[in-house]
Design a protein around this ligand. Structure first.
Ligand SMILES: Nc1ncnc2c1ncn2[C@@H]1O[C@H](COP(=O)(O)OP(=O)(O)OP(=O)(O)O)[C@@H](O)[C@H]1O
Ligand SMILES: [Mg+2]
Length: 416
């Protein structure tokens, strides 16, 4: 699990820290920076795929002209705060995945130069696993640029740890796992961090994508909800999971769904059809947008291969407020044991009123003060009065346009 994400000079965050819980709801107005946080998580995830910086920030294509990875919005030019030369991302992992603080500073490369790592480190408390250090060597005039890292002293207690050299066009973290000269411990810690960052999904659900038939066996849900039908089919092989999904659909929608049918077309692709108790059948083509969103979110979290980390964009999209409460309940149940972590963005402060105590303590406001370009992050419970307003269920006050933003601006001395 990720405990903290710190951003320095990344997109509209000059200096910001996002503490993370099992469920972290991010609220904030348009253009406050919620999706920029998503971009930071995607950057970390891109690293775990072993991509170069140019691929992570740009794009990654594979044979056959297939786009495998969509880069970071705005590319290198808009990756740094107000056009600065570098950004730094720091992620802290919780102790039950081995802990550790990973930092990477990237120079985005001006004038057509490739982006490169200029500093990078992995520490576990006071224990260093690797840390870059400056060198007196002048930068190479041509060919690859390098980053030098120090490793810990080895068991034979050599005075200095080894120094290794890595190409700076790719994060050291994804190179060191296969480096023969790194100690087994360093490689295994780096692998653990890579695995934690690798198991991330970013869902920005679009009902149209969920209405496209998919081939049985395609059991990974696409970011927009692609493959929904085949993912559901594979999940429904387990009778108990299927029963749980049907129950959630009955709770979340007015439909009395008792079963799913997977109807195949001439190409062998299937499309999910909901069967109601009266025999009424509704295929994904005519199922409502909200129903499909529920199905996709449930499929993502109850599925056979859930990721460790989910980022849901605009959770409340297309979902009726009375059902949002149940959806949050489902998510809170799923994340309770700490095996799955969810970060979700929302425009609706109303959602805050539906959260249980733990998730409420972790919810955060992303905001900008008037006339200031940088975005800030504050836990809702730390905003004066906000916790009381939430506890009193004074949602009308909370919903009054911009109340949270006003309260936080006032507390920072900008509200007068
Ligand atoms: N490199 C940058 N430097 C400074 N500000 C930036 C940079 N890149 C993006 N921004 C700011 O971030 C804003 C976009 O933020 P983001 O997409 O995260 O908003 P959001 O909170 O997700 O909004 P919405 O709710 O509309 O989706 C831009 O409007 C711009 O003001
Ligand atoms: Mg957004």
């Amino acid at each position: 699990m990720l405990q903290n994400l710190c951003l320095h000079g990344f997109k509209n965050f000059r200096d910001a820290r996002l503490p993370l819980g099992n469920l972290t709801l991010l609220v904030g107005t348009n253009a406050s920076g919620k999706s920029n946080l998503r971009d930071a998580f995607r950057f970390l995830h891109g690293m775990s795929r072993g991509y170069t910086l140019a691929e992570i920030i740009g794009e990654k294509w594979i044979e056959g002209g297939t786009l495998q990875w969509k880069g970071i919005r705005g590319g290198t030019r808009e990756a740094t705060y107000c056009g600065q030369a570098t950004f730094l991302i720091e992620a802290t992992l919780s102790p039950h995945v081995g802990g550790g603080t990973y930092k990477i500073e990237v120079e985005v490369g001006a004038n057509g130069k490739a982006p490169r790592v200029i500093r990078e480190s992995l520490w576990g408390g006071a224990t260093m696993y690797f840390d870059s250090h400056d060198t007196d060597d002048p930068p190479a005039q041509e060919g690859p640029q390098y980053l030098f890292v120090r490793l810990p002293r080895d068991a034979r207690n050599r005075k200095h740890g080894k120094r290794l050299r890595f190409v700076s066009s790719q994060p050291v973290l994804s190179q060191i796992t296969a480096h023969d000269e790194a100690t087994a411990e360093v490689r295994s810690v780096a692998k653990r961090v890579m695995q934690a960052l690798g198991s991330m999904r970013f869902l920005d659900l679009a009902p149209d994508a969920m209405r496209i038939p998919s081939l049985p066996g395609q059991d990974i849900l696409g970011d927009r909800g692609e493959n929904l039908s085949s993912v559901l089919q594979s999940i429904c092989e387990s009778a108990s999971t299927k029963a749980a999904i049907l129950e959630w659909i009955r709770e979340l929608t007015p439909l009395d769904v008792t079963d799913f049918e997977f109807v195949s077309d001439q190409t062998g692709k299937i499309l999910v059809t909901l069967i109601e108790s009266g025999g009424q059948k509704t295929s994904a083509y005519s199922a409502s947008d909200g129903t499909l969103r529920f199905l996709a979110m449930i499929a993502a979290m109850l599925g056979t291969k859930p990721a460790k980390f989910y980022f849901f964009e605009e959770l409340e999209n297309g979902i009726h407020p009375t059902r949002l409460y149940l959806l949050l309940q489902l998510i809170e149940q799923k994340v309770a044991d700490g095996k799955i972590q969810v970060v979700a963005t929302s425009h609706s402060p109303q959602l805050l009123g539906f959260l249980g105590d733990k998730a409420r303590a972790d919810a955060a406001l992303v905001y900008r003060l008037e006339n200031q370009p940088d975005a800030r992050i504050r836990r809702i419970v730390e905003i004066p009065e906000a916790d009381r307003v939430l506890r009193d269920q004074d949602l009308a006050r909370l919903l009054a346009s911009g109340w949270l933003e006003d309260a936080v601006a006032f507390s920072e001395g900008a509200g007068t």
